[in-house]
Ligand binder design. Structure first.
Ligand code: MG
Length: 312
């Protein structure tokens, strides 16, 4: 019995899937887009565009499609585009998602979290109430995050304020900080789940993919394969939503820790209430105290200094 392989483009893959829709199988080998199981033939279509036909009708079934086979293109980019999974397909894969919190908050660190949810756990993680963390209250975040952390492997990186301010003074833009932190978090998680390999790594987009990798050029290790930077990625894959909830939970804990150290609750965001809180820190502990709990280059620092001066 022979195996037959054809190379298909997106259009042909769609046509194949539609043609065999009554015999689609739930069981997918790694890297497969869909699989067909019939008594006379088993067909597996891979994301690479390869389609494998096995069984006694393999030759006959493969023959139906051979004339329509895509010509292999030498241009890697075009090939990637042709075989890139759709958002819906991404959502069904075993994937790592990553997201960050704290970039717009004057007080507190930047926290990046990544979570891995494999196909077998997609429903279980979704059932925990995982959705866009921005729609959840702090109380809900603190309730759901521990349940996610028990169910899904994850990694977290915290850039504390002292280090943030050093990076910033060295001239590093915040987007580069985010890129470095995402990559370092992904390295940790990819190592932690090995030998399992994610079929996709989905970053909630803060930069286009090309710019993201440009910022990483000096890094020792770069997680590059199967990385997608997608806007609103928490609605693409539950792993991204899970990561954003973990990131927010860790951020909340860090804010509580800093608040205890400072002696009163530090507000989130970067509004007028934040200026007042910063002014109070300057009055009670001196300007230097801000370096350990705030992002100094924000305009809030100057406003707080003005407020503190007026109150003297
Ligand atoms: Mg985000």
């Amino acid at each position: 019995m022979s195996n037959y392989v054809i190379q298909a483009d997106r259009q042909l893959l769609d046509a194949l899937r539609a043609h065999y829709k009554d015999a689609l199988s739930d069981r997918l080998p790694a890297g497969a887009l869909f699989a067909v199981k019939r008594p006379d033939v088993a067909i597996t279509a891979y994301r690479s565009g390869k389609v494998l036909f096995q069984g006694k009708a393999a030759e006959q079934e493969a023959g139906k499609w051979m004339g329509k086979t895509a010509k292999p293109s030498g241009k890697q980019k075009e090939r990637e585009a042709a075989f890139a999974p759709t958002k819906h397909e991404l959502g069904t894969l075993s994937a790592i998602g990553s997201d960050e919190v704290g970039t717009g908050d004057y007080f507190g660190p930047i926290v990046v979290a990544a979570a891995y949810v494999d196909r077998a756990h997609l429903d279980r993680v979704a059932a925990l109430g995982v959705k866009d963390s921005k729609q959840l209250t702090d109380e809900a975040i603190k309730r759901i995050a521990p349940a996610i952390m028990e169910t899904a492997p994850y990694a977290v990186t915290v850039l504390d304020n002292a280090e943030y301010n050093r990076w910033q003074r060295s001239g590093m833009p915040q987007t580069k900080m985010k890129a470095l932190l995402h990559n370092r978090t992904l390295v940790k998680l990819v190592d932690a789940i090995a030998p399992a390999e994610p079929e996709a790594i989905i970053i909630d987009e803060f930069l286009k993919r090309d710019s993201y990798f440009r910022y990483l050029s000096d890094e020792d290790r770069i997680i590059r394969e199967r990385v997608y930077c997608l806007p609103k990625a928490e609605s693409v894959h539950v792993a991204v939503a899970a990561a954003s909830i973990i990131a927010r939970c860790v951020f909340l804990e860090e804010m509580e820790r800093l608040s205890r150290a400072i002696g009163f609750p530090l507000p989130k965001g970067a509004g007028a209430i934040v200026d007042e809180a910063a002014a109070r820190i300057i009055r009670e502990r001196g300007e230097e105290a801000l370096a350990g709990c705030a992002k100094l280059h924000f305009a809030n620092t100057k406003k707080a200094l003005d407020i503190a001066k007026r109150q003297k």
